[in-house]
Design a protein around this ligand. Sequence first.
Ligand code: SAH
Length: 220
Amino acid sequence: MSDAQAGELRRHQMVERQLRARGIRDERVLAAMDSVPREEFVPPSHVFRAYDDCALPLAHGQTISQPYMVARTIELARVGPDDIVLEVGLGSGYQAAVLARLCARVFGIELLPELAASARAALARISTQNVEVLVGDGSLGHADAAPYDAIVVAASAPGLPPSLVDQLKLHGRLVIPIRNAGVDKLTVVERTQHGLTRTEHESCVYVPLRGAAGWADDEV
Ligand code: SAH
């Protein structure tokens, strides 16, 4: 069996055992997760663990999120084929690559230039063309391309960043881990005709969101 075939098999097992068996139901999300080679996004030293059921280390103490959290976040964002999506905390670029297969355009913003550069290279290797990689403080969103159908945040925030809420379209969804009493909760905010709705989902563990609407260095 070639390396590529072995990767495909492990990826398919990941989808069945870690995602479908745990309740991810959206077939479009499952198919997208089954199609993105995660080994392209993990550091070379961790390629053999690319489909493990956990987050994996990136440079600068950051992490590539656990596959289940990527799938769950995207499922909660209810991304459609014509959607414009902002991802805050691009990291390795893996989640952006999955999103890119489900929507029209992804803006992925990353605070650390070195991570943004390797994400850009990984996305190019797998020929993803609808992700725009940006370097900056995503806790302020990206006003130039706003408003968005969906915004997903891959780092945990002390509260709802006001700019991200402002940059949601009507019926737009923001999926963001919010830390309360030391526990991160995956939170969904939706802009409706009657204002914002907010629902809390499962607990999760994310690296802290930095920047203007994130945590200060001495807070985490
Ligand atoms: N979605 C990523 C997960 C990366 S971890 C993946 O699939 O690999 C979260 C990332 O958020 C880290 O790379 C961190 O540098 C970044 N980050 C933290 N605060 C940020 C901010 N204010 N703006 C942009 N990126 C931020």
